[in-house]
Write a protein that binds this ligand. Structure first.
Ligand code: ADP
Ligand code: GLC
Length: 477
């Protein structure tokens, strides 16, 4: 049995902006089911949905700040969550990274530097909690200073740094380094310095005992300039300790046969029951109710990564095809406006919901026929796995975790029963459109379509396998 401190800037269902929260809210549960003692540590944001109010444990003083540690649990599990409570930094409306107007917190470096210092105090058992982890598992740049600061300690726990996205690195001007009062030994090009600036992610990449990322394909991709964003050299240099472990999904939250968000539950053995969800969804979205018209969906952050520009380029032609399209997401304002414009021009074909809505996300997964994920890069991606579980066939670009989890429909994969979606390679509109058209042809062939749905629904995306791979790494270090 190992003691694991899991540090994350977001955890579902306490607070979520993207897939990191899904992972932080489900991997620790899988690890504890395998007999590990796991504690999650995260900031105590104002926006947290506290199912159980945090109980005060202690106050720790770091860098002239008195920081409280509160204790709560992940709902429906015994996993303990320690909340790092420092109201001057975290008691504001908004999400972990931006304010209510969508602007990045100006003091975001200070906030996560403080969070990292507290993680280090807890990891070294200097926070009066009487618990010392064997492993500190860090996630993304917000926790990057932890492996760096721990490298200066004697008798420290081992460290793992998991990259969920290389596009976000936590880079700040060199003056921030001084203002944060960070130790001088770490300020060099082999440490936290990145072209004269402070890089949080380099703390993880340079000092962690093991680096992981969230799919085997992404682990290779980030060693190349296109996906490494300037750190491909460092990653290639550390390739012996770098590996890709595909994310699992929370199969109790994303389960079409028990999902309380959807109108009609169903399974691979009762596929006709899925239809009622489509009818209800079409009605709710104001689209014509028609079982025979294929309904394409997309849910996600509207940022460059997700390839929304490819969808925007395809939409004019899509509106001439026999299909409907719905999107749920928010992000880039100009993209939001363009999408809303399509919905206004083609109300019979296009329905756009700007915002963040978990309930609707489940209804879309259950009600749609196809799910678009034309990402330019995708470290893992979760929605293509949710979609497969819901018999909603994903159309994905061959990159990162999408390449590792969706099997293209080809004669060979149809014959051996592995085909579970549609995959295209080039990040160009024509390639996406071609995949969309391929799916339209098969949608009209009901026996084949249902076979593909059953293939997709029978795939195992649970955490068991991946949690075991993390356990193997914990044992090694
Ligand atoms: P990323 O972490 O890059 O955003 P992932 O596919 O790993 O991408 O995870 C995204 C998660 O956030 C999924 O659980 C998805 O359903 C959810 N999500 C994204 N946008 C929305 C939204 N507008 N409403 C509801 N859920 C959303
Ligand atoms: C990041 C990635 C996404 C991944 C998620 C969880 O947000 O963009 O691909 O699924 O982290 O690891």
């Amino acid at each position: 049995m190992k003691k694991i401190l899991f540090a994350s800037s977001e955890t579902h269902p306490l607070i979520k902006t993207g897939g990191l929260a899904d992972v932080a809210g489900s991997l620790p549960i899988a690890l504890s089911e395998l007999g590990q003692e796991v504690r999650i540590i995260m900031p105590n944001y104002q926006g947290i949905n506290n199912y159980e109010p945090g109980r005060y444990l202690c106050t720790v003083r770091v860098n002239n700040c008195d920081v409280n540690i509160l204790e709560t649990h992940l709902p429906n599990s015994g996993v303990i969550v320690w909340l790092v409570d420092y109201p001057p930094f975290f008691n504001f409306p908004g999400n972990p990274y931006v304010d209510e107007a969508g602007l990045p917190w100006p003091d975001i470096g200070d906030r996560f530097a403080l969070f990292c210092r507290i993680v280090v105090e807890v990891a070294m058992d200097r926070a009066y909690l009487n618990w010392k982890p064997d492993v500190v598992h860090c996630n993304d740049w917000q926790t990057g200073l932890v492996p760096a600061l721990l490298s200066l300690e004697h008798h420290r726990p081992a460290t793992i740094f998991t990259i969920h996205n290389m596009a976000y690195q936590g880079v700040f001007p060199s003056t921030t380094y001084t203002l944060l009062n960070l130790p001088g030994q770490l300020w060099n090009p082999n440490g936290l310095e990145y072209h004269g600036m402070l890089s949080f992610i380099k703390g993880g990449l340079s000092f962690a005992d093991r680096i992981t990322t969230v799919s085997p394909t992404y682990a290779e991709e980030i060693q190349k300039p296109e996906f490494g964003y300037g750190l491909e050299g460092l990653l290639a240099y550390r390739r012996d300790i770098l590996s890709g472990i595909i994310n699992g999904i929370d199969t109790s939250v994303w389960n079409p046969s028990t999902d309380a968000h959807i109108t009609q539950t169903y399974s691979a053995d009762s596929l006709p029951d899925k239809k009622l969800n489509k009818t209800v969804l079409q009605q709710q979205l104001g689209l014509p109710i028609d079982a025979e018209t294929p309904l394409f969906a997309l849910i996600g952050r509207l940022v460059d990564q997700k390839g929304i520009d490819l969808v925007l380029s395809c939409l004019p032609e899509m509106t001439h095809l026999p299909l409907q399209f719905t999107l749920l997401g928010s992000g880039d304002k100009s993209v939001e406006l363009k999408l809303l414009n399509f919905a206004r021009l083609y109300p019979e074909k296009v329905a756009i919901t700007i915002g963040y809505d978990e309930h609707l996300a489940h209804q879309i997964e259950a009600g749609a026929d196809m799910f678009l994920m034309p990402s330019r890069f995708e470290p893992c991606g979760l929605n293509q796995m949710y979609s497969q579980r819901y018999g909603t066939l994903p159309i994905v670009r061959k990159t990162g975790g999408l390449a590792d989890t969706v099997v293209d429909t080809l004669p060979g994969s149809m014959a051996d029963g592995t085909a579970s979606g549609f995959v295209f390679s080039d990040a160009v509109p024509a390639a996406l459109l071609e995949a969309i058209k391929r799916s339209l042809v098969l949608f009209d062939n009901k026996p084949v379509w249902e076979k593909l749905q059953r293939n997709a629904m029978s795939k195992d995306f649970s955490w068991l396998n991946s949690a075991n791979q993390y356990m193997e790494l914990y044992r090694e270090i």
